[in-house]
Each structure stands twice: as C-alpha cells, then as structure tokens.
Design a protein around this ligand. Sequence first.
Ligand code: WT7
Length: 658
Amino acid sequence: MVDRNGWGRDRPAPTGAPHSPPASFVEQANVSDADVYAAFEDDWPDCWERAAALLSWDEAYDTVLEDDDAPFYRWFPGGKLNASYNCVDRHLESGRKTHAAIRWEGKQGERETYTYRDLYVAVNEFAAALRDLGVEADDVVTIYLPMIPELPIAMLACARIGAPHSVVFAGLSADALATRMNSADSEYLITCDGYYRRGDAFNQKSKADNACLALEHDVRTVVVDRLGDELPHVLGDDEWEYHALREAFAGETVAPVSRDAEDMLFLMYTSGTTGDPKGVVHTTGGYLAHVAWTSHAVLDVKPEDTYWCAADIGWITGHSYIVYGPLSLGTTTVMYEGTPDYPDRDRLWEIVDRNAVDIFYTAPTAIRAFMKWGPEYPERYDLSSLRLLGTVGEPISPRPWNWYREHIGGGECPIVDTWWQTETGAVTISTLPGVDDMKPGAAGPGLPGIDVQVVDETGKEVDPGEAGYLTIARPWPGMARTLYDGDERYRTEYWTRFSDPDADEWRYFSGDTACIDEDGYVTVLGRVDDVIDVSGRRLSTMEIESAITDVDGVVEAAVVGRSDGRTGTDIYAYVSTDGNRDATDGVRTAIVDNVETTIGPIATPTEIVFTPELPKTRSGKIMRRLLADIANDEELGDTSALRNPEIVGEIQTESGDR
Ligand code: WT7
C-alpha cells in the first residue's frame, strides 16, 4: 500500500457493480442527452441560463455571472423576480389552480391537501398580516415550526414581501433559537403552541418564550394553534394567533415584491465545527434557478408527479427539495410530519402506496433503519408507482444502496446519490438518472457545469483513485453568497485553504475528503474532521465504517480514534447489527476480515463495541464526537443535540464490560 497522499491508500474506493437506468426511465427523463455535459462545458457560465429559464423573471438579468469581486460572486445581476410568485402565482396563470401543491400527512393520521389556489390564498393572507405587523423587506423573520403546512406558507409569505426567513428546526432548544435570533437581529417569530411527539402533546411555545426572554430586543410573535384544547395557551402582548390573523386578512392579496436576483431569500444556520453557528446566506435568483434545475434534471420532477422528499423543512434539504424546488416546477410535494416508525414501521410505504408517489428522496440513515427492520414492511404495500429514488446527507455504502433499489425500487428504479451541503444550496454532485450509469457507493460526477476536483495539501489535483480534499473550482448559481455574521468568516472558512488570491484563482473547499475514479465518479470519504491518524497514516473514519457496514448483519458503524496515552491512536468501532443477529464473534471476525481486505491491517479496529443504536443528532448524523469522548474516558461534551440520549449510558456500560 503506497502512502502518497497521507490517507494510507492509492486505489479506488470499493463500489458495487454498476447499474444502467432502465430504458423505460430514460425515454421519459427530463434530461436524457449525454451531450448536456459538453454543452455546459462549451458554454460556461452562460450554460446556467437553462436553469434561469425555468423561472419567471420580472426583469431580465444583465449578465449570467459577475466575478469582479471573487469569491463574492454575483449570479444573474440586474435580474428581478419573486420566489413566491414563481412557486405559486404562475401555476395559477398556467391553468393549474386546482392541481395539488402540498399533500400534508400529519402525525395523528390527519391529511390536508392544498391546491395551488389554496396555497395562493393562504400565502397572500398571511403576507398581508405580516406586513400589518410591521414586517418590511429585508427584515429577518424567524420561523420555529414543525412539519405543518403553516411552515411553507410562512416561508412563501416572507418571500412574497421580500423578508428573508430564518427557519430554525423545531426540535432545537430555546438556547439555540435565541442564539440564531440574536445573531440575525430577528424581531419577528412564527411558532406554534406545540406538537405531537409519539402521540403526546409537546409544548413548543414555552421553548420559544424562554428564547425570547434571553433576547436583548423585543419580538413580535405569531402562534399557530396546532393542538387546540390539548394544550391551551394564552397570548401575551405582541403575540398574535395565526388563524385569527388569516381571518382578519381574509381575501386580501399582496403584490409580490420584485427582488434583485442577489437579494437574500433566506438564512439557514448550520453548525460549524467550532464556534457559533454559521448563518448561510442564500439569494433569490441563483438559488431558485439552481434548485429548480436540479429538481428537473436530477430528481426528474414533472408537474404531474407526486413527489416526496422525506426530510424536515428545518434543514436545507427541506428548503430546497420540499419547498422551493418542487413548488417552482408546479408539482405536488408531499409533506410528512411524523417519523418512519409511528404508528408502525410501514408508515412511509402506506403513504407511498396511497398517494401513488412517483419520486422518493431520503437519507442513508433512514435506509439503514428500513434494512434493519426488514423487507416485510415495504412488502405490505404496492410501491410500483415509484419511478426514481434519491439519497442525501451521508455516504451510502453498496449494501444499503442495493437494498433500497431492491426492496423499495422494485429492482428497477434508478437511484441518485446526491452530494451537496447547506452552503452549496442545491445538488452539485450526482448522476443524471436519464443519462448516467449508477455505481453503488459513489455519488457520481459533478453535475454539468460544476467543476469538482479532489486535490492534495498543495491544491494540486490528485490521480484517479487517490484520496484528497473535495473542492469546487468554479462558482455555481446556488452557492452561499456569504455568512450573515461576516464576509471575512465566509472567505476564511471556504475560500482560503486552496485559493490563490494573488493569481485570482479561487477554489471552494467543502470540508470533505473524497476520491474520484477513472470515470469521474466521486466517492465521499468523510469530513476533514473525521480523519484519524494511525501510526502516521491518515485514515478516513468513513472509509473504515463503510468496510464495516458492508458486512452482512451490520447496520451501522461509527469509528473514532482513542489516544493510546503515548503518541499513537487506536481505532474504536461502535457497531449496531440487525435484529436477527446477536453480536456474535462471527460478525466480529467478519468485520476484522473485511477491514483488512478492503483497507489493510493498519485500519483494523482495536476494539469493536456492539450497541443497539448509535448516538444521533436530531438531523440524523452520528455524533462521533461523543463516542470519541466515551472511547477516551473523557467527560462527555454537550449532549443537548442528541435525539436518543438514553443510548449513551448503555454504550458506556457496554464499553466498560469489554
Ligand atoms: C455534508 C453537508 C445537503 C443536505 C444534507 C446535509 C455530507 C451530504 C452526501 C452524499 C456523502 C454527503 C457531506 C457534506 N453529505 N450528501 N450524497 N454522500 N456525504 O447538509 O448538513 O450541510 O451537510 O453532508 O459531508 O459536507 P449539511
């Protein structure tokens, strides 16, 4: 094993046997011409006009890209448009007012359908109400709502009047909400009395109240009554009830405010590895064009489809692919409030069957859970309406990829493994399902027009199959424009490490490590902060994890480094297996064998700890930091972001017993 670049390897990451998309899919695909890559290349950056052409503009832009002040790029400058007009009004004008825009599936089995006309009425009335409360263009409105229809309605109402929204995931704490509102100087809050958690009423308003108490400025609050008599609440001064406002402004309309393409559409906070959360700024023109284009080209969304992205709107995935992407294309977007296992583990498949969902997009962590529960749950339903599947959020190894295709996709559906980030705004790496073969375990090439490069420490591109830093060498329309708390932090976090400002050469650094194979397919290895140094070699934790999860019976694995007290690091693996299997020595041996054959003995875990579940954040990411604390017998850091805090004690006991 040659160690040229420090990752202890110089060969392609293991991927499963490739699959071609079925001819029946290609025939109907929105994009099926392989020339699209060359067409974008030959005509860059004007190629991005194809994305802009999916939108309705009030005024044409002067030019596609302005790069005088890199890395502060401007897309479609001079253009004017309104996002709420693009997502709502124009579909009424095209004769589709009775078409379903949102199909909402509530936690208690409630169902609501909003046609584009219904959505238009709701967005207008609420926009009128917000204006009356004093919201003006450029005021940041914070939205702290669970997955109820009022959430996208509030977002679109803000967009209509030119007020950027900042959606804070409903499961975050009062402190987290206060930090975000303070950082954005946000004087308006839209929240609710509470919501159901596994059938119990849970008080959201008290969290919002605590956050507001911690703020230095006054806040005007709108409260959605989600729970009615189940959770009575009293409105204080500067508080209004959503439904009462809707009634007070019944029938009112508000002309959509024409926004500059570069005006902020929203802020989305994402946690940095250190310090305060980063307020990522997305703009109206470039963002909307990029999400519309990728919904069209990657997710193959058509207006007549029923499309379901099973994410939460509180994260970027939901912003881009539950709200702005699908609605800008005039399709029907399914919005699901609940969890996949309540009331039973077949809940998602019942929804797919009943709504005849065409496209389903979820995260690998969910797919691994489906795999663990077993195929009997999807087998209860008719899933033949599905045409395309997608995944996002983490690398997916070949085994769950193949399981997804087999048991959810009927062995037929293409799968798009989409790599992107809060900062990229929209998908940047993926196969085009109507054009490219799929390789399980590799996301795919950079999309047309996206110049993805893997480089070494010096910023030089590495050879195919070698690991390095995942960068993007050209700007793209959906990219974040800056961080709300400052241009300088934006420049340092993303544009310093591999750029050469003196030569005016700019390269975006994603924070991920990856390798690219001979065909240009990218396999993401992990975050730079997920690298462990073992005997002077840098090993990617995700690469070891992938070798572990490929073992039959293993569902999930997390790998962390444990300092051996001298100079070295030992590898500790935390592993959960499927229900039918005990953590037998058979699995243990198979794990060791597979790690040794796919990576090498250098990567063999010193300890393998079996646990029923791994500790996860509310957005579903494994909390490796916590496992590292446990492995190193250190005091546990902050666990407030955990979805399953009860598992921590179990893992500690399990580790102690070993
Ligand atoms: C990080 C971004 C983009 C929406 C969800 C997460 C990881 C994302 C993939 C993928 C491997 C992936 C990366 C990235 N990631 N998609 N298909 N394969 N890794 O948004 O919270 O901003 O996280 O998620 O590490 O940097 P986010």
